[in-house]
Design a protein around this ligand. Structure first.
Ligand SMILES: C[S@@+](CC[C@H](N)C(=O)[O-])C[C@H]1O[C@@H](n2cnc3c(N)ncnc32)[C@H](O)[C@@H]1O
Length: 277
């Protein structure tokens, strides 16, 4: 009998396959989105690409001012899921003492390279996930775009215990004119993870009688590309669709991109939701 060929589908392949095939199994899709996100946080090239892209977009932009305004009177801040330090570093420059908790060694490498002498004594980086981190309570805590892959129930209860004030930021799926939203609609890509995270967060607050308020923040930013290939790379990467989708994405985005000062330009407009508790 001929030997049977084994066929092992990696999580990432399975994720791309389920999207391509339009498989509508929400828990599977959600599980695979989380797996895929975690892989990207730990992949050197993805982390460098993330750094390049966000720096070019001037991230965190107005989000930083919104967060800073909430931290008046605080001295010590925990940055949960600090990533490449896009919040920890400017917070330290403002004089805050920052404890940055980050599980990805690749993210930490980029973060450390960005710390200069003036702020080095103000930042402590902990190579750990939030759920198992051990440390003292702080004046405030921020968790920006980082809760999606966590054990949300455990993470939120721990935030409440470890801080007098917590700021949890989640991208909203109520997007308006963003080109990424147009692509999602046309390709039928749901932002399941965002929707479910927001619902879970709200129900955990209720279940544990945690008082909270929310603030909606509108983000409007222009994104520029040298050429259509760069734009395709950007949207395929940020939407997590494989390069096999480039043809489809190209058809969708071409009519929306405008030439401005010798570059291709698109306006990205969307909302962020800030939970304060
Ligand atoms: C999209 S990045 C955001 C980074 C940063 N907060 C920012 O706004 O630039 C999400 C980060 O959360 C981190 N993360 C994922 N799971 C985590 C966990 N269980 N505990 C702490 N951080 C986690 C990832 O490694 C990644 O660096």
């Amino acid at each position: 009998m001929p030997a049977r060929k084994s066929c092992i589908l990696s999580d990432f392949d399975a994720f791309l396959f389920s999207r391509r095939a339009g498989i509508d199994k929400s828990p599977l899709k959600e599980y695979l989105s989380i797996k895929c996100m975690k892989m990207r946080y730990n992949n050197r090239n993805d982390v460098l690409e993330y750094e390049k892209r966000l720096t070019k977009e001037d991230y965190p932009g107005i989000l930083f001012d919104v967060v800073l305004a909430e931290l008046t009177g605080c001295k010590e801040i925990i940055d949960v899921g600090a990533g490449n330090g896009f919040f920890s570093i400017p917070l330290a420059r403002q004089g805050f003492i920052v404890k940055a908790v980050e599980p990805s060694a690749e993210m930490i490498k980029v973060f450390q390279d960005k710390i200069d002498k003036q702020i080095t004594s103000l930042i402590n980086i902990y190579h750990s996930d939030w759920e198992s981190w051990e440390g003292r309570k702080s004046d405030a805590l921020i968790c920006i775009h980082a809760i999606y892959t966590m054990n949300i129930n455990k993470a939120i209860q721990k935030m409440k215990l470890h801080s007098n004030k917590s700021l949890l930021l989640i991208r909203s799926d109520e997007e308006t004119t963003a080109l990424s939203w147009v692509i999602r609609n046309k390709m039928n890509i749901e932002r399941l993870l965002l929707k479910h995270t927001r619902m879970k967060v709200t129900s955990i607050f209720k279940e544990h009688h945690i008082k909270f308020i929310t603030k909606d923040i509108e983000i409007s930013k222009g994104v520029f590309f040298e050429n259509i290939e760069e734009a395709l790379g950007y949207y395929c990467f940020s939407l997590g669709v494989g390069s096999f989708s480039q043809k489809t994405v190209r058809k969708i985005i071409e009519p929306h991109l405008k030439w401005k000062n010798g570059k291709l330009y698109a306006l990205e407009r969307y909302w962020e939701k800030l939970f304060i508790f």
